[in-house]
Design a protein around this ligand. Structure first.
Ligand code: F6P
Length: 363
């Protein structure tokens, strides 16, 4: 009897834990389920360019702790909206998904494991509607995927952000300054909220709670007159004043989600310095929090996700994403996930905890 053969790809922005998931999928597939694994290079790009390679035990040994992804990734490659330049050099899009479905057939892939964020899951769901058997694995430092309590990569990014904010304390204290730290996370405030609490941020600003500049200025002025004499302001890249807009740093036209946020840290620092007269500086953490080795928490979660994905491939389940619910790893239908985003409820217990230790949430 022919061995089952599965494909695996990593899509969207990289984050710590991708390699740990790949390793979990490959090792469980080979040792427990006697399946073959084919790695797809650079996300869905590899299914269009026909760029794949077999993944054996040796290929994934030693990658548990490595950041990034050995398969490469892309947050542009979408077979349903494939970017081309026309004769005039203008950007146009076409649907090459039929070619992808044919290629998956030609590779004799019984199932395709798609590891990625909401963009990758949306494409995976569209492919599953065309008959490709799919298992999704939820990745993102933003922790904004609906249907799972947590995504892998979040804990590592949160830890890196908290460590960076810890280090900012030295200059804040020594120079009696206001130090603004901008943190990624797109439209969700999880990364800022948890790293801000973990590192004792004095002001935490998230997209889900639009801020009032006067409240922030009064708060940092008060702190400047107290024994501490400094303030750390942790701000999400998607934070914005009540009635104001998010700051967009660039638009990547080819991308499935073209908007890239960034720049609120500088705007806010300028507004605070003008509004208070206090010396204010900015640090933008940016992609720094996406790099490096996954935390032990993420290594365990990624391994569990990878192993579960292999099990579902073997048992014939498809059209689902693995997810955490409490301490269990479950499967949720891809059809339930699309178009939804897991955001911070302004009454969430973490917001409550921050407020109870005197943190200013900007309102
Ligand atoms: O979704 C992950 C993320 O790091 C977001 O937090 C951030 O807004 C975005 O990706 C940055 O994307 P890029 O790597 O394309 O600049």
């Amino acid at each position: 009897m022919r061995k089952k053969r599965i494909g695996v790809l990593t899509g969207g922005g990289d984050c710590p834990g991708l390699n740990a998931v790949i390793r979990g999928v490959v090792k469980a597939s080979i040792s427990t389920y006697q399946m073959e694994v084919i790695g797809i290079i650079d996300a869905y790009q590899g299914l269009v360019d026909k760029n794949v390679r077999p993944l054996d035990w040796g290929d994934v040994s030693g990658i548990l702790t490595q950041g990034g992804t050995i398969l490469g990734t892309s947050n542009i490659a979408n077979p349903f909206k494939w970017p081309h330049k026309d004769a005039k050099g203008d950007l146009t899009f076409s649907d090459v998904s039929d070619d992808v479905v044919d290629y998956v057939d030609k590779l004799k892939l019984d199932v395709l494991v798609c590891i990625g964020g909401d963009g990758t899951m949306a494409i995976a769901h569209q492919l599953s509607k065309k008959g490709v058997r799919i298992i999704g694995v939820p990745k993102t430092i933003d922790n904004d995927i609906w249907g799972t309590d947590i995504t892998f990569g979040f804990n590592s990014a949160m830890t890196s952000a908290a460590e960076a904010i810890d280090k900012i304390h030295s200059t804040a204290q020594s120079h009696h300054r206001v130090m603004v730290v901008e943190v990624m996370g797109r439209y969700a405030g999880w990364l800022t909220l948890e790293s801000g609490i973990a590192a004792g941020g004095d002001v935490i600003l998230i997209p889900e709670i639009p801020y009032n500049l006067d409240v922030i200025c009064d708060y940092v002025v008060r702190r400047s007159r107290e024994a501490s004499r400094f303030s750390i302001v942790v701000v999400s890249e998607g934070a914005h004043p009540a009635g104001g807009e998010m700051v967009v740093s660039k638009v990547v036209k080819e991308s499935t989600d073209p908007v890239r946020l960034g720049g609120i840290g500088h705007k806010l620092a300028n507004d605070i310095e003008t509004g208070t007269g206090l010396e204010t500086r900015v640090t933008v953490l940016g992609h720094l929090v996406r790099g490096g080795t996954p935390t032990p928490f993420d290594r365990v979660l990624s391994t569990r996700f990878g192993v579960k994905a292999a099990e579902l491939c073997y048992t014939g389940t498809s059209g689902v994403m693995v997810a955490v619910r409490g301490s269990e790893i479950i499967a949720v239908p891809l059809s339930d996930i699309g178009g939804k985003m897991r955001l911070v409820d302004p009454d969430h217990y973490l917001v409550d905890a921050a407020r109870n230790v005197g943190t200013c949430m900007g309102v």
